[in-house]
Ligand binder design. Structure first.
Ligand code: NOJ
Length: 716
């Protein structure tokens, strides 16, 4: 900790009563109108360390009131001028993928494989949020997840730890910048620590079973990325890991997060998670809940006021020492000083020109879109073709924004009909109808040159507390696909989804298929640009798209069974289940372009290095030539995977360890270089020790996780 900050904290602490100290660990939500006076009194007494501005247990599902800056400034003035030590309040709100300007859902942002764009998006987000009194947001969500039934899959970076870590770094940098005390920066919160994405059956909040080996190698890397990038807060998760609720786990919150990852900021609980320990059956009463969580290393209590109501008694009865409270308070004050709250407690709202934010949101939406299928180059469409735009999403706006859109506006979101019509005036007929509207839909299809079916899932089928057991399209939508097929017209499918849906029986029926996600304010414009070739698609799957939901979990970085059956990579894949083929429909890293890229063989000038060399920072240097042999300038995401052939523990068949997204103009050939060293070639043993072992590695460089082009390197 910086000496000057430490000194200020010491001074403050020496003046604070126990009650005020506990107040710093208390995060109530914004009061309802009838409770405001009572709330002001709490602020006056120093009992409010932070305010949760996203109200309700599942805030992302409910309409939230717009932020009243004046109201928050008034509360802040009470804290600064009337509370005993004038400590400002930290205002926190869920700004998950956009504040006023809505960007694509985080899973889609990840699909862009474009860290600079992700960072830029979060800079815009921080700028808007900070202008609305927000100091702190509960983003990025970094839960590795392999089950698309889980509604919260939309909020995270998908199935890969390496990609998750790189996205984490980009998001934290964008939000916090180099100096989080700058007025247009806000504090990041890496959540939900840890293992939340592994909830059994994709059922939200359910138990998880995670060995330490998996924890270190799969679930922690994204959090390590965020901590290394300087994230100043972490949110603990609701779930238990193998019988230990994270909320009360000293092992996860202190031994691993602080002692191993070196986290310096404070940990906030999830909503009511402290009192939840009773229901989880590890605490007798609220006193127990408070004692257990605080002792475990959980510093701030979100919403349930269990700390505020119980910790004084715990100290008086000597169940908790005041030192433990001081430690937590120090962490909270440290973050407040880092944020510059003592110097700038108030929000001076100004007009923000959001034009560049919408431009960035458009770029982000375009780069997140994944072209899944394009038979015979159906796309891009010529603008003189008559398009029958049909399906329940033709006029839809709200779902395009996605879940956790607390401050975005439908009125700032065009629907796909409007966006397409602008591109090709007079050539688009748009029909929403299914059910009663069948006739008009079918007529519209017959009268068109090309059918574009706009399908997907509602935003209400995604997000918190919204797991689904069926990740296919509705029967109505399937019927529409069937009817389109019967017309014999060339058909493009556009999927507005929060998750990769079940593909069998759906993707097979289209000539071209676009995964547009819930892509934010500019989603429809991005799709129209892609359909007409004003933008060349470049998104890649951040998680596997399964043929059938019954194949879940299916993820690429799996270990070998050692037997001659391999679901993911195709070896006797028909034997995985006797009744269905369980290879991925679209694998991790997959996505098409309008152009073609030709890869050369992989080169490595130094294919052998010793363990000592590697530990001392030497790296394998690998390269590949990638040539654009098609008709369009386009970005390509060159992906590098490794396989540690023989190790002391089983290692994945493939693990992503590098990617580069680069623009390659048509006819151009570029040499793409990668370096592999200590950080990429080792792994964690079950005790958390990181090891780089001698032996051979296959290194694959190609278009997606199924690439076979490889070279062998050796550590001696
Ligand atoms: C519960 C959610 O799990 C978490 O992600 C969110 O940040 C908090 N509620 C606050 O709204």
């Amino acid at each position: 900790m910086e000496k000057d900050i430490q000194k200020k904290i010491d001074e403050l602490l020496s003046k604070m009563t126990l009650r005020e100290k506990i107040g710093q660990l208390n995060q109530p939500e914004t009061p309802t109108a009838d409770k405001i006076e009572e709330f002001k009194d709490m602020v006056r007494k120093g009992e409010v360390g932070s305010i949760l501005m996203s109200c309700g247990a599942t805030a992302g599902n409910d309409a939230q009131g717009a932020i009243n800056v004046e109201f928050y400034n008034k509360l802040q003035r009470i804290a600064v001028e009337e509370s005993p030590n004038g400590i400002p309040i930290l205002f926190g709100r869920d700004v998950i993928h956009g504040h006023n300007t809505v960007f694509p859902i985080p899973l889609a942002m990840t699909a862009s494989f474009n860290e600079e764009l992700i960072e830029k998006s979060f800079m815009d987000i921080a700028k808007e949020a900070s202008n609305d009194s927000i100091h702190w947001t509960f983003t990025p969500m970094l839960d590795l997840a392999r089950d698309p039934r889980w509604g919260r899959i939309i909020e995270g970076p998908g199935e890969d730890p390496y990609l998750g870590a790189r996205v984490a770094v980009a998001a934290v940098r964008g939000l916090q910048g180099n100096n989080v005390s700058d007025k247009d920066k806000i504090l990041a919160c890496a959540k939900h620590y840890i293992g939340y994405g592994a909830s059994e059956g994709g059922r939200d909040y359910h138990r998880t079973e995670i060995t330490d080996y998996s924890l270190f190698n799969y679930y922690l890397p994204a959090f390590k990325g965020a901590v290394d990038a300087g994230a100043l807060t972490v949110m603990s998760s609701f779930n238990d890991v193998s019988g230990q609720p994270v909320t009360s786990s000293r092992y996860y919150l202190t031994e691993i997060l602080r002692n191993k990852l070196g986290f310096m900021g404070f940990v906030v609980s999830d909503y009511d998670a402290v009192s939840q320990l009773k229901k989880q059956g590890v605490a007798q009463d609220e006193e127990d809940c408070a004692d257990m969580s605080l002792s475990a290393g959980l510093d701030m209590d979100m919403h349930d006021s269990v700390y505020l109501n119980n910790l004084e008694k715990s100290v008086k009865e000597k169940r908790i020492s005041e030192d433990i409270i001081d430690t937590a308070v120090r962490r909270v004050l440290y973050v407040k000083f880092k944020k510059g709250l003592f110097d700038n407690p108030y929000c001076e709202k100004k007009e923000i020109n959001r034009i560049s934010h919408f431009e960035d949101a458009l770029k982000m939406a375009e780069e997140s879109i994944v072209l899944l299928k394009n038979d015979n180059g159906l796309l891009p469409l010529k603008k003189d073709k008559k398009v029958g735009l049909v399906g329940p999403f033709v006029h839809e706006r709200r779902s395009l924004l996605g879940s956790w859109t607390l401050d975005g506006k439908e009125s700032e979101t065009r629907n796909i009909y409007e966006a397409m019509r602008e591109k090709a005036p007079g050539k688009i007929e748009g029909i929403t109808g299914v059910g009663l509207g069948w006739d008009s839909s079918v007529r519209c299809m017959f009268e068109s040159d090309v059918v574009v079916l706009c399908l997907g899932e509602s935003w209400t089928a995604t997000g918190e507390h919204r797991a689904v057991s069926d990740i296919s399209l509705t029967d109505d939508q399937k019927m529409l696909i069937k009817k389109a097929k019967q017309t014999g017209k060339k058909t493009v499918g556009v999927l507005f989804c929060g998750r990769p849906i079940e593909m069998q029986g759906i993707a097979d029926n289209f000539d071209a298929l676009i995964l547009a996600w819930h892509g934010g304010n500019m989603c429809a414009d991005a799709v129209a640009n892609i359909i007409y070739g004003d933008c060349v698609p470049s998104g890649r799957m951040p998680m596997t798209a399964v043929r059938k939901a019954t194949h879940i979990p299916l993820y690429y970085n799996v270990t070998s069974s050692g037997r001659p059956v391999n679901c993911y990579y195709g070896e006797n894949a028909g034997d995985c289940y006797v009744d269905s083929l369980a290879t991925p429909y679209y694998p991790f890293g997959y996505g098409l372009s309008y152009t073609e890229f030709r890869y050369s063989d992989i080169r490595c000038d130094n294919p052998q290095l010793s363990v000592d060399n590697i530990k001392n920072g030497k790296k394998f240097i690998l390269s590949v030539d990638v040539e654009n042999i098609g008709e369009y300038n386009s970005k390509e995401t060159v992906q590098l995977y490794i396989n540690d052939k023989v190790a002391s523990m089983m290692r994945p068949i493939k693990e992503l360890k590098g990617f580069k997204k680069i623009l390659i103009n048509k006819g151009e050939k570029v040499s793409v270089k990668f370096e592999l060293g200590y950080e990429e070639l080792g792994f964690y043993l079950s005790n958390g020790e990181y090891t780089v072992e001698p032996g051979e590695f296959s290194v694959y460089i190609g278009k997606n996780s199924l690439t076979n082009r490889s070279i062998t390197i050796k550590i001696i």
